[in-house]
Structure formats: structure tokens, C-alpha cells
Write a protein that binds this ligand. Structure first.
Ligand SMILES: [Zn+2]
Length: 464
């Protein structure tokens, strides 16, 4: 019996010592996390102001002066919190961002109350446990810890906990702060959500750093026609014209291409992939077109990383069963690569549609989000901390195919990186869905990871 007991204790002691925060800091992060999850900050029905107030109260109690704490937002229910921990000023500030609103969650859709923080079977359950209150809680707890430990950074560390990322509504906190209080959030670069730690069958394989993301564009394709009685059809029909345009769109694919982030992603994937695609993944990084075609065809996610996409998502048309249509229209949703311009997308689509009677107009255009360069200091710090905590796990740059608040910052020249160090199973992403959860161990390890990473980035190379 003795050797068996010894074996089960030794590895635990090992990871416990190197990857878990001190017990008091675990308790602190846990309590902040619980408090945040239990505040109903649903995008449509909730408010982020109580989250900002609860965090401000903790910061004051921890000794942060009132003058370094800011609460404000576009509307009274959607407040943001910004707090500054002062450094020597040798370097420009670093911004640590997390959003405090969540996707709506209904009790009847879940196995438990989504707004009661529940620990069960090694997981924390609740709306926002992964998106994005874990990072918000960890930024707060770590900032309090730096202050308590007397850490003297070479740059200011700014934490911004912001409203309305989900749905990017009119009260979006990052957009509001940039417009109204730029000095509060101005930074050399920002760390944000958008990069996860990936596990496959319980094994940690990669720690992501999201360095770029596609930008969002909605177009309306519209055909108008004089119409008439449906008993006297003519060839020129609004519905047929629109349908033909959409068929041409369905047969078209934007050119396949890579950028710095996606090349680094495919290089990394070639190291960890165990499928027959492994050789092609390596070739994609070298812009081998046949390999790119095979990889794009193999997975919608890979396809989306390799090209701008435009797809029909909604249709309307006609006004009566017995009348020729006077109107036919479609919404086409585009997710555009950082390097593709609006002009390029519009010109390309007009050529593909090839029908001057199909009017194309923009109904929703979000910020064009340029890629953030893979800064060597950042990549080497992430690699160093990742290696020390999880030997064998690779650091994997990514190009996000969705969108985060990072786009507002990138659009005004603040390079932004999605990095969290919270690991979960690759196929168990429940953000926005039912029974959203975070592994208990992943939460505390992420706390340590972000503590060490920010500490490394906040001092000059000489002070390290
Ligand atoms: Zn989020």
C-alpha cells in the first residue's frame, strides 16, 4: 500500500507548489468571482454597475486611494470600473481588460440556477464563470495582491472592468472609455479575453494568445421591381434576381491567405496535431496554396482563419401570394480578415454578384481591427511562464474569427492580446450556452499564470 499512497501524493504536491496561488489569495479570488457571478449583469436585463461598485469597495478596503478608482459609463446601469496601480513610469502602462456583462441565462434552460455560484465535481458553474468573470475576478485579486506584497512595477498597471461586450451595444464600456476618458485607459498594450488554454482528453496541449481578430460587416442586398399581377409574370423578377445573386455568392470563396498570427497558429498546430492533416498544416504556414485549400475544406474554423467570408443569413421579399414581388432582400454577414479593406470587400462582392440591379448597402460595420504584432517580449514572457507551469504545453498564437472588445483598442493603436491561461477541454466551450463552467483547478492556475505574466511584463528587462 505504501508506494501507491506515496505516488498519489508526490505529483499533487508538485503541481500544488508551482501552480497554485497562496491559500489566502485563492480565497480572495474565489470570493470576488462568486460575488461577480451572483450579480445579474445580463446584457439586456441586467446591470454592470453593482459589479463596479462591489469591486471598488474591495479596492478601497485594500488601500487603493479614491483618486485611483474611477466608476462611470454611458448610462447609469452600465458602469465600468477603472483602477490604476502606479509604477515608476519607466515604461508606458499596461491595460488589463475584462468585461462584466454576460449573455442572458434562463433558470429553466440550466441544470442549476445560473446566477448562483456553484462548485460541483471539480467545476465552478454559473453564467460568466468562463466568459468573462474569471478574468475580471483574477485581475482584481492579483492587483490587490501586488499592492499587499509591495510590488514596484516599472509601468502603471491599469485594470478596466467594462460593460456590454456581449452584443456590443450602445453602452459598450471600452468604446465609451476611449471616447470620453482616453487617458484613463491609454496603454502601450492590453491583455484581454479571446485566448484559451486547450485540453484534449484531459491533457493540456496549448496556451493561446489571440493577436488578431476578424471584423464584422453586415450588408443588405436589395432588388426592387415594379411588380404586377402574378397571373402575368415577366422574366424580370426581384426574387429571381436576388436568388441568382445569392447562388453566385454561394459559389464564390475569397482568396486564401495568411498573416503573422495565422502563420504562427498553423506552425504551432503542425506540432501538436495528430491527424493526417499534420503535414498540410505545416505547409499552410509557408503559403502552399494546395495545402491551404485542403485545410480550408477540412474545417469551417480553419477556413474562416484563412479567408474573409460572406454568407447569406436572412431573407425577405414579396408582399402577397398573388403579386409579383416589388422587393427582395437578403442580409449577408461578412467576417473580414484584418488586412482586407471595406473597399476591397465591396468591390469583390459587386463583381461576384455581377448584376447592377442588385443594390449593395452597408447596414452594420464594426471597427476594422488591425492585427497586433507578436511582440517578442510578450511571446517570450508567455512562453517562460507557460513552460514553468505546464512543461510541454506550446504557446499558440491565434487569429480570432469572432470579435471581442479588443477591436476598439486595436482600432486606436493599442495592441491587444487575448491571453488567459484558463484551460478547458477543446470541445467543452460552454460560453454563451447552458451550464457554463470553469474547472476549479484551471481557475486558480490561471490566477497564478496571469499573476506571473503581468509581473514579468510590468518591469524592464534589467529588473527581471
Ligand atoms: Zn467575453
Amino acid at each position: 500500500m505504501f508506494p501507491r499512497v506515496l505516488l498519489s501524493i508526490v505529483p499533487l504536491a508538485c503541481w500544488g507548489a508551482s501552480t497554485m496561488p497562496p491559500e489566502a489569495d485563492q480565497h480572495l479570488a474565489h470570493d470576488i468571482y462568486k460575488e461577480m457571478v451572483e450579480i445579474k449583469s445580463g446584457y439586456t436585463t441586467g446591470a454592470t454597475t453593482p459589479v463596479a461598485q462591489a469591486v471598488a469597495k474591495r479596492l478601497r478596503a485594500a488601500g487603493f486611494p479614491e483618486s485611483d478608482i474611477f466608476i462611470g459609463g454611458a448610462i447609469p446601469t452600465k458602469a465600468n470600473l477603472v483602477v490604476r496601480f502606479h509604477g515608476s513610469g519607466k515604461l508606458k502602462p499596461i491595460l488589463l481588460l475584462a468585461h462584466t456583462d454576460v449573455v442572458e441565462a434562463k433558470r429553466e434552460d440550466w441544470s442549476m440556477d445560473p446566477f448562483v455560484f456553484t462548485e460541483k465535481d471539480g467545476y465552478f458553474y454559473g453564467r460568466g464563470t468562463s466568459d468573462d468573470k474569471a478574468q475580471a475576478a483574477v485581475w482584481t485579486a492579483n492587483l490587490i495582491r501586488y499592492r499587499r506584497e509591495g510590488f514596484k512595477p516599472d509601468r502603471d498597471i491599469i485594470v478596466a472592468l467594462t460593460a456590454d461586450e456581449e452584443g456590443s451595444g450602445p453602452a459598450n464600456g471600452v468604446a465609451w472609455l476611449i471616447k470620453n476618458h482616453r487617458a484613463l485607459v491609454d496603454a502601450e498594450f492590453c491583455l484581454n479575453e479571446g485566448g484559451r488554454g486547450q485540453m484534449v482528453n484531459g491533457q493540456r496541449v496549448s496556451n493561446e494568445i489571440q493577436a488578431a481578430e476578424k471584423w464584422y460587416l453586415d450588408l443588405r442586398l436589395e432588388v426592387r421591381n415594379k411588380g404586377g399581377h402574378s397571373s402575368l409574370p415577366v422574366p424580370d423578377n426581384a426574387i429571381y434576381r436576388l436568388a441568382n445573386a445569392l447562388v453566385r455568392l454561394s459559389q464564390f470563396g475569397f482568396p486564401l491567405k495568411t498573416n503573422e498570427a495565422s502563420r504562427a497558429y498553423f506552425t504551432g498546430m503542425a506540432k501538436i496535431d495528430t491527424t493526417p492533416f499534420r503535414a498540410d498544416l505545416a505547409k499552410v504556414a509557408a503559403n502552399d496554396l494546395p495545402a491551404m485549400r485542403r485545410i480550408a475544406a477540412a474545417s469551417p474554423a480553419w477556413n474562416s482563419m484563412l479567408r474573409t467570408t460572406c454568407v447569406a443569413t436572412m431573407l425577405e421579399g414579396g408582399h402577397a401570394p398573388n403579386a409579383l414581388p416589388q422587393l427582395a432582400a437578403a442580409n449577408v454577414n461578412c467576417r473580414v480578415l484584418p488586412d482586407d479593406s471595406l473597399q476591397y470587400v465591396m468591390d469583390t462582392l459587386r463583381k461576384v454578384i455581377a448584376d447592377g440591379q442588385v443594390a449593395v448597402s452597408i447596414t452594420n460595420q464594426e471597427e476594422n481591427s488591425p492585427s497586433s504584432p507578436l511582440r517578442p517580449d510578450l511571446v517570450s514572457a508567455i512562453t517562460r511562464v507557460t513552460d514553468s507551469m505546464w512543461p510541454g504545453v506550446i504557446v499558440l498564437p491565434t487569429l480570432g474569427t469572432g470579435a471581442t472588445d479588443g477591436r476598439y483598442l486595436r482600432a486606436v493603436g493599442i495592441a491587444t492580446y487575448g491571453v488567459q491561461g484558463f484551460f478547458n477541454e477543446r470541445d467543452d466551450n460552454r460560453a454563451h450556452g447552458r451550464d457554463e463552467r470553469m474547472m476549479v483547478r484551471s481557475f486558480y492556475e490561471g490566477q497564478t499564470f496571469l499573476y506571473e505574466l503581468v509581473k514579468a511584463l510590468a518591469v524592464t528587462a534589467q529588473s527581471r
